[in-house]
Design a protein around this ligand. Structure first.
Ligand code: PEP
Ligand code: MG
Length: 588
């Protein structure tokens, strides 16, 4: 079927227009066929198998080096277990013997040996052993691809620019990614607030997610246009489509250049209100891009990436080293370290997590940490130790009850005492906050606020949990409405409760990165906005065109609306009147 010029519609999650060649990753492992060998072909087949092992070993080692450079030794250790599997003498011995005795092709024998192990492991009543199945699957798929001469995607070592096309990308895929050559990602699943999307924005790589099964129309090496602002992908564009998109790329570059010129101007409304514009980051080397975008600190440091190690444990020294490095790099500004928020779409296949029917409603974030005190205490020790080297704050995610928050605070107090007893330096007065991202916490903000120094609004989850809509499911993304009047009213309630208790509040959900919503957020009384560094200049430009009393009037109107569309229209009209350049151009 000729798909030239076909336009696919997904969710644009990281802005930018890119034209490039498709690189399919994670495509199904090739089907293995049984081939009978002649006597004189057997040794050649054994050598072919050994060559596939050598290739696999080389690819895994390269991946390990790359992750080591970006994330450190511990995160890279995930690949040690993969190397052990490639070199497993029992498996290798059985395959070589099988090729010789059965006179069958290497992939056929290899697959039957692996199948045997897989079945045996499935019976073992130990979740750690069963978790190794994921590694076996991964390594076996790589070896079979290499035997078939199939390209195994190694996103850490690319030689040519490409657009990565995948079902989804795991944290280890994105952690090792070669940022120089990956020009865009497009995925079948995901939404604006899914983890892949957040990573794409963090790395400043244009991305479209949630393309569902339409992604199957794309073949390797096809030319694609990816428009991360509009959520569009064009396969094999026609000359006319190329002209339109090349023009858009130029316009976008001009707009960004203009915006960046103003990046050093103060983040202040027309009537002189100062707004703190901070950055959301996940990797220490993103501090540099935050500095370039003139962020005034780190409003959210997601720590999940430090847990990508094969045993899922937390190495205090490695964590301390990273937190200290970040705290020193951002000084004299502050950094808010959020404790581990694992679960939901932030999966780490190596952490022993229970299999759940509803992961977003399950053992996630603070619940997991209070359950795995060994991991939690070590992370708190490392953050506290880093607080002696900069302005460090701690944030607990996904609090849903008062008791849960009190438990987390009690663990923190206990860890502080332990450090004091050991004579280890830390800042005993560091600020502690909670994320309000569960509706129950929002409604209970007046009871929670007195116990902490600040509240951070996690609208990604607040919208998901309030509207009962999975943030990563593209089929229901039309229901994912940050401007739903229920959300605006809930935020208003939280802000009032926080100010009544003399505490401060910031917003770190993706809502903060959307220029359209900036007037609404300021009008609600939130003066700290934390977002992906690349989003800062544009949002700042909008802030500089707002008058506070007008923004407050916008909120007064928004809370009387019945639908998200009405609120969005109010926001659009506000920008049309005050700063029309910030509105995306209409489709041609
Ligand atoms: C949020 O929920 O808004 C948030 C910032 O946290 P995350 O996206 O990491 O769940
Ligand atoms: Mg969240």
């Amino acid at each position: 079927m000729d798909v030239s010029g076909q336009r696919l519609k997904g969710t644009g999650v990281s802005a930018g227009v890119v034209i490039g060649k498709a690189l399919l990753i994670g495509s199904p492992t090739p089907t293995v066929q049984e081939i009978h060998l002649d006597e004189d072909e057997v040794e050649q087949e054994v050598e072919r198998f050994q060559e596939a092992l050598r290739m696999s070993r080389g690819q895994i080692e390269a991946l390990r080096r790359r992750v080591h450079d970006v994330l450190g030794r511990d995160s890279a250790s995930i690949f040690d277990s993969h190397l052990l599997l490639v070199d497993d003498p029992t498996v290798v011995g059985q395959v070589v013997e099988g090729i010789r005795k059965q006179r069958r092709n290497a992939e056929y024998v290899f697959e039957s040996v692996i199948r045997h192990y897989r079945e045996a492991l499935k019976q073992v009543d130990d979740s750690y052993i069963r978790d190794r199945l994921v590694d076996i699957q991964d390594v076996a798929g790589r070896i079979i691809c290499n035997l078939h001469g199939h390209k195994v995607a190694d996103l850490s070592h690319l030689t040519e620019p490409c657009i990565v096309v995948a079902q989804d990308l795991s944290p280890s895929d994105t952690a090792g990614i070669d940022r120089q050559h990956v020009r865009a990602f497009i995925t079948a699943i995901g939404s604006r607030t899914s983890h892949t999307a957040i990573m794409a924005r963090a790395m400043g790589i244009p991305a479209v997610v949630g393309l569902s099964e339409h992604i199957q129309a794309i073949a390797d090496d096809q030319t694609l246009i990816v428009d991360g602002s509009r959520g569009e992908v064009v396969i094999n564009p026609t000359p006319e489509q190329l002209r339109v998109y090349e023009r858009r790329t130029r316009e976008q570059a001009d707009w960004l250049a203009r915006v960046q010129v103003d990046a050093s101007l103060p983040a202040e409304t027309l009537d002189g209100f100062h707004v703190r514009m901070a950055g959301n980051i996940e990797l220490p080397d993103e501090v540099e891009s935050l500095r370039l975008m003139q962020g005034i600190g780190i409003g959210l440091f997601r720590t999940e990436f430090l847990f990508i190690r094969s045993d899922g444990l937390c190495d205090e020294e490695e964590h301390f080293h990273t937190y200290r490095q970040v705290a020193e790099a951002i000084y004299p500004c502050s950094v808010i370290f959020r404790t581990l928020d694992i679960g939901g779409d932030k999966f780490l296949s190596h952490l022993k997590m229970p299999v759940e029917l509803n992961p977003f409603l399950g053992m996630r974030a603070i619940r997991f940490c209070l359950h795995r005190m060994d991991i939690f205490r070590v992370q708190l020790r490392a953050i506290l130790r880093a607080s002696a080297f900069g302005k460090v704050r701690i944030l607990f995610p996904m609090i849903s009850t008062l008791e849960e928050m009190q438990q987390a605070l009690a663990v923190l107090a206990d860890v502080k005492e332990e450090l004091t007893a050991q004579g280890i330096d830390y800042n005993p007065h560091l600020d502690v906050g909670i994320m309000v991202e569960v509706p129950a916490a929002a409604m209970l903000a007046d009871k929670l606020a007195p116990h902490v120094d600040f509240i951070s609004l996690g609208t990604n989850d607040l919208v998901q949990y309030s509207l009962a809509v999975d943030r990563s499911n593209p089929d229901i993304s039309y229901l994912y409405q940050p401007t739903h009047p229920a959300i605006i009213r809930m935020i208003q309630h939280v802000v009032q409760a926080v100010y009544t208790h003399g505490k401060w509040i910031g917003i770190c959900g993706e809502m903060a990165a959307e220029p359209l919503y900036a007037p609404l957020i300021l009008g609600l009384g939130i003066h700290e906005l934390s977002m992906a560094p690349v989003a800062i200049p544009e949002v700042k430009r909008v802030v500089r065109h707002i008058r506070m009393h007008e923004a407050e009037a916008l909120v007064d109107q928004a809370v009387t609306c019945g639908t998200a569309e009405e609120v969005t229209t109010l926001c659009r009209n506000f920008l049309r009147k005050n700063y029309p350049e910030a509105l995306p151009a209409e489709d041609p």
